[in-house]
Ligand binder design. Structure first.
Ligand code: NAD
Length: 320
């Protein structure tokens, strides 16, 4: 099997390679060539940790495997980040393990690539202003990936903890875009594309905030109870997601569904837009991508990075 160490991922994987892998796997999911296995997530009763597995099989890209990992809230004491994960890939012809890949940076890259795919296919024509809600670890990856797929002229941002906004300012500067911190009212009125990536458990962006043609990539809500958007805004939008089963149970649409504001049947798959089987934005004023994060995304970027590492002679080969 090949081993690609976490420390080597940054030098190997690019936002462009992540984008290509995620666009392809969303397309395969919508064609029913790839499917996710049920997610396992357990509070293990040790170190306050949440641990689990996200897996699947992509019969088109021939990626089989799982991401194992979770959240250890006291990892600072060990000099480690709280989110820890590793991706294991298996040969779909024989079942032999084929790769072990550090999954921490890949998780950020695959999450950012998902919203970038949605921006490529759903952003309103002539979109100029990118609005960022959230200034945590993921937000910088999100902004960089968005700027790769669309020529924005300006970034505006808001965060519930204003002291964190420096991350957005620095990332915009790195990309070469002006940045302005604004209130949510202005963000909703001025941004053509909005990315929300917070750990919020209540609505931040309200229906009344959002004016004119807008695409929203809601990326923070990946657990039951989390919420970033007003359900009325979700109900007004044309909604797409990575996986409908996850969207209605742990994604942003869970609240609008529970309140009877939208029907499950009204939610489309982003992969169908990629495949040309869905018109996408059409005549909708507001589009929403509910990015919940699926195991197949992890497998897709891990398989891509193993390929790159092998080509560059960096993948270590070990017998198991
Ligand atoms: P982080 O801890 O680095 O940053 C947290 C962000 O949420 C900051 O903007 C912070 O100000 C805000 N925040 C914290 N507590 C809040 C609260 N109670 N109410 C409102 N906002 C709050 O986290 P991160 O690594 O940037 O991740 C952000 C979110 O993205 C998390 O919810 C994480 O679970 C989610 N995520 C989703 C996917 C996916 O595939 N959809 C993948 C990775 C992470």
């Amino acid at each position: 099997m090949y081993v690609v160490a976490e420390k080597d991922i940054a030098g190997l994987m690019t936002p462009e390679a992540a984008f290509t892998a995620i666009e392809a796997v969303f397309a395969a999911m919508a064609r029913r060539k790839a499917y996710n296995f049920p997610v396992i997530r357990e509070a293990i009763g040790h170190a306050d940790a949440l641990y689990g597995f996200k897996g699947g099989f992509d019969g088109q890209g021939l990626a089989l495997g799982l991401k194992a990992g979770g959240y250890w809230p006291h990892n600072q004491d060990h000099g480690l980040i709280n989110h820890q994960s590793t991706v294991f890939l298996f040969d779909p012809d024989t079942g032999r393990v084929s790769a072990a890949v550090g999954g921490n940076l890949l998780t950020a890259l695959r999450t950012a690539a998902a919203s970038a795919v949605s921006i490529k296919y759903l952003a309103p024509k002539g979109a100029k202003v990118l609005g960022m809600i959230g200034a945590g670890h993921q937000s910088a990856f999100q902004m960089r990936a968005a700027a790769k797929v669309h020529a924005f002229e300006k970034v505006i941002g808001w965060n519930p903890h204003p002291e964190m906004l420096g991350r957005l300012k620095d990332t915009a500067a790195e990309i070469g875009l002006p940045f302005e911190a604004v209130e949510l009212e202005r963000l909703g009125a001025e941004a053509d594309v909005i990315i929300s990536i917070t750990s919020s458990f209540g609505p931040l962006l309200m229906d009344a905030h959002v004016k004119g043609p807008t695409h929203i990539a809601a990326m923070g809500t990946d657990t039951q109870g989390k919420q970033e958007l007003d359900p009325a805004l979700v109900a007004r939008a044309r909604v797409f997601t990575d996986e409908i089963a996850q969207s209605v149970s742990i994604g942003e649409t869970q609240h609008a569904i529970a309140q009877g504001l939208i029907a499950r049947e009204a939610i489309g798959e982003l992969g169908a837009v990629v495949n040309g089987d869905s018109p996408g934005r059409g005549d909708a004023e507001v589009t929403l991508f509910d990015g919940t994060g699926v195991g197949l995304q992890d497998l897709a970027v891990a398989a891509a990075v193993v390929e790159i590492a092998r080509r560059k002679g960096i993948a270590q080969h070990v017998e198991i």
